[in-house]
Design a protein around this ligand. Structure first.
Ligand code: GLU
Length: 428
């Protein structure tokens, strides 16, 4: 079974090796960049509400910081593995490089299910995570952020603990904080809007009008929500959205041929991306099996949740109507499925370019915190659009000039930039 064999870090290394070969990188540079530079594995003891103590496992991985401080989110997930975190840290390095922001790649995680933990227990995990990593992170070393199932409140508990330990106010230490507490306006929308800025540019290139175009999205969390929002504002329709159901513990697709409205989605979803089935029913949304999102007659597919969502078992269900895949998630397509997508001639916006809006806005947040001067939302979103559009154009013109796949072009740009920075520092 494709899913069982799937190892995201092996996939990240495989992707890197292929491009390193094309770029003719020397062995030292390959050995440096195909592995993280630092890994921290640790335990977090938490006194649970029941009075007993439970030990959680946590990680922080720094892949490469030749271009600037490490940057990357912290994921809370029951199925978190060290290899997932290593892959995600590696992709963060390429992500920051492709949009040309002066940051490196890092990622963190805790094996836990926040849906089954009280707020107090989650706060203890956040503070315990910081106590374990405090020596290796910091505003000029490594700057964490939210990721799957973590949000602004988690970041604030972490910032508070870090400031207690380091003795001073350092809001630039972490991003994705709530607005008014060092957060940036536009950060909530940033990843999803960034996805759609690249979709807009790709559609211009493909000669497809975004007005009246249709999309199906896998995932219903932050990235999916704001992708739907902007795609709809541009005149498109999202006709299907797939989400995890907390009660049944299986994924579903909700379909609405007239287009799912942003307000209805926001009114029916909990903070972990689960849609209330009763509300969905009242809106007249059809409930279909989890994989149904991929077999819709739409122009755009947006996998916007997790890894391994387009794989050898479902890639052939993609309809001929699909002209564009925008990878809002990190690593949603397996290498086997990637080959099929290329053969089908579908235009692909690779993950670390497509979803770079989040980290780009995190970078803006860091800049604003360090200056202690905060910008208006419009200024943030205008700057975000500029960065995403420039990143997209650099990748798509390389892909066109060299007649190569978009993913390969994005990798070539990023790996070249990071290899150069590592050479200039004299590391390799
Ligand atoms: N977790 C997001 C990502 O995977 C954002 C990271 C950040 O803002 O540092 O890109």
């Amino acid at each position: 079974m494709a899913e069982k064999a799937f190892n995201p870090f092996e996939m990240a290394q495989k992707q890197f090796d292929a491009v390193a070969e094309k770029l003719g990188l020397d062995q030292g540079t390959r050995d440096l960049l195909r592995n993280p530079s630092r890994e921290l594995h640790f335990t977090i003891p938490v006194r649970m509400d029941t009075g007993s103590v439970k030990i959680f496992r946590g990680f922080r991985i720094q892949h490469n910081d030749s271009r600037g401080p490490g940057k990357g989110g912290i994921r809370f997930h029951p199925h978190e593995t060290i290899d997932t975190v290593k892959a995600l840290a590696t992709w963060m390095t390429w992500k920051c490089a492709v949009v040309d922001i002066p940051l490196g790649g890092a990622k963190g995680g805790v094996i836990c299910d926040p849906r089954e933990l009280s707020d107090r227990e989650q706060e203890q995990i956040c503070r315990g995570w910081i106590r374990q990593v405090s020596k290796m992170v910091g505003p000029f070393n490594d700057v964490p952020a939210p990721d799957v199932m973590t949000h602004g409140q988690h970041m604030l508990w972490m910032m508070d603990e870090y400031e207690v330990i380091s003795g001073g106010k350092r809001p630039g230490f972490i991003t994705g904080k709530p607005v008014g507490m060092g957060g940036s306006l536009g950060r909530t929308e940033a990843t999803g809007y960034g996805v759609i800025y690249t979709v807009r540019e790709a559609m211009k290139q493909l000669g497809i009008d975004i007005k009246g175009a249709t999309a199906a999205i896998q995932g219903a969390g932050n990235v999916a929500q704001y992708s739907l929002d902007l795609f709809t504002q541009y005149g498109g329709k999202v006709i299907a959205i797939a989400c995890w159901d907390n009660n049944d513990k299986v994924p579903y697709t909700y379909r609405c041929k007239d287009g799912i409205e942003f307000e209805k989605l926001m009114g029916s979803i909990d903070k972990y991306g689960t849609i209330d089935p009763a509300k969905a029913k009242s809106y007249g949304w059809e409930k279909l099996p989890g994989d149904a999102w991929i077999e819709q007659d739409v122009t755009v597919l947006i996998p916007a949740a997790q890894e391994n969502m387009i794989n050898s078992e479902n890639v052939n269900k993609i309809r001929p109507s699909v002209k564009l895949i925008a990878e809002g998630a990190n690593g949603p397509t397996t290498p086997e499925a990637d080959i099929v997508i290329q053969q089908k001639g579908i235009f692909l916006i690779p993950d670390f370019l497509c979803n770079a809006g989040g980290v780009t806005c995190s970078y803006f947040e860091q800049v604003q915190c360090n200056m202690n001067y905060f910008w208006e939302k419009e200024e943030v979103l205008t700057k975000l659009d500029q960065k995403m559009t420039a990143g997209f154009k650099a990748v798509s013109s390389l892909a066109r000039d060299k007649k190569i796949y978009m993913r390969d072009a994005a990798y070539m740009i990023s790996i070249k930039r990071v290899a150069e920075a590592s050479h200039l520092r004299g590391w390799v």
